[in-house]
Design a protein around this ligand. Structure first.
Ligand code: UFG
Length: 328
């Protein structure tokens, strides 16, 4: 009996695979390696291919007894999703449809899904609860919401139970120092800040300082990627013990501004990290902070690595040892 992890060679996927391996689960990974890295896998059996490829997925399900799925495989760049919505609908929405179809065919009844705070759009109140309106302001968030809704109807029709985990801002790297964040192109704040002390860029950009926040820069809720990973195992436990389908926010409940993040990185790295003010990036909400009360209550989840300095330090530890990221 194996857990299939789609997109398991990506950033959050690989950290979840690491936790599954630690928990002695049998792990099968499907990844087309468009963003993922072979080296990011600390275990599991890798199949290189695409979730939209029915023949390929047929082989994976035939060769393994897949009892549950954790579904990460998706594109996740907000900006790109606004330029090329078709790419996002095709991989994210259609890819999920194919995955659910093959799960139905093989009688796999459980799926844990990698969703996002981008499903909410511009929040009306913070911290954001799961009952808040979902009005995505970009195609990426819209496709993730569509994927959640597709799961709801597959549950109604075929009894495939799901847990959708809406992540806030994942950061940091595995305690082993062997895996971390390596996107291409990189658009995330923490790795971009750390590129300065690595000598890979002159300065970090601050996208707007005229937001209605204390220092004018955007506030986000950063949490350690391994805490996120843990939540997937707890969600799986919930489904295995007969829990109903549900949606959970995952965040630390604490917000930090872009300027505060840069300051933390200066402290951790001992580097001055010059910052240059630039115009706002399109589609950025001013403040995103999660209420994770529901996940705490129902999944018994709480972030264990909740010191921001330690989170940034774990990222720095990985980037310093892998200045050029993964080599394959
Ligand atoms: N930022 C900068 N300079 C940079 C990069 C980012 O100022 O060089 C700012 C952004 O404008 C934003 C904050 O830093 O205010 C965080 O930006 P990230 O790109 O790191 O993260 P986002 O909050 O935009 O996005 C993350 C995920 C998305 C997801 C979103 C909401 O990366 O996939 O959270 O869940 F959609």
């Amino acid at each position: 009996m194996a857990v299939l992890v789609t997109g398991g060679a990506g950033y959050i996927g690989s950290h979840t695979v690491a936790e599954l391996i630690d928990a002695k689960e049998e792990v099968v990974v499907v990844d087309n390696l468009s963003q993922g890295h072979r080296q990011a896998l600390l275990g599991g059996k890798l199949y290189v291919g695409d979730i939209r490829d029915a023949d390929f997925m047929e082989t994976v399900f035939k060769e393994n007894d897949i009892e549950s799925v954790i579904h990460f495989a998706a594109y996740s760049l907000v900006g790109e999703s606004m330029q090329n919505p078709a790419k996002y609908y095709d991989n994210n929405v259609y890819g999920t449809q194919r995955l659910l179809e093959i799960m139905k065919k093989y009688g796999t009844k459980r799926i844990v899904f990698s969703s996002t705070a981008a499903t909410y759009g511009e929040p009306q109140t913070v911290p954001i609860e799961e009952t808040a309106p979902t009005q995505p302001t970009n195609t990426y968030g819209e496709t993730k919401l569509s994927m959640e809704k597709m799961m709801k109807w597959f549950d109604a029709a075929h009894g495939i139970k799901y847990v959708a985990l809406r992540y806030f801002n994942a950061a940091g790297a595995h305690h082993s120092g062997r895996i971390g964040e390596d996107h291409s192109p990189e658009t995330h704040l923490v790795p971009l800040i750390l590129q300065v002390p690595l000598g890979k860029r002159e300065h970090v950009s601050i996208f707007g300082d005229d937001y209605p926040t204390e220092d004018g820069t955007c506030i986000r809720d950063y949490l350690h990627v391994s805490d996120l990973a843990d939540a997937h195992l707890l969600a799986l436990e919930r489904l295995r013990s007969g829990g109903e389908s549900s949606v959970y926010n995952l965040g630390s409940g604490k917000g930090f501004s872009v300027k505060e993040m840069i300051d933390v990185a200066r402290k951790v790295t001992g580097h001055p990290i010059p910052a240059v003010l630039e115009p706002r990036r399109a589609g950025d909400p001013a403040v995103l902070i999660a209420s994770s009360a529901k996940a705490k209550r129902e999944l018994n989840w709480s972030p264990r690595r909740d010191n921001l300095e330690e989170i940034v330090e774990s990222a720095w530890n990985w980037h310093r040892q892998h200045p050029d990221g993964f080599t394959e």
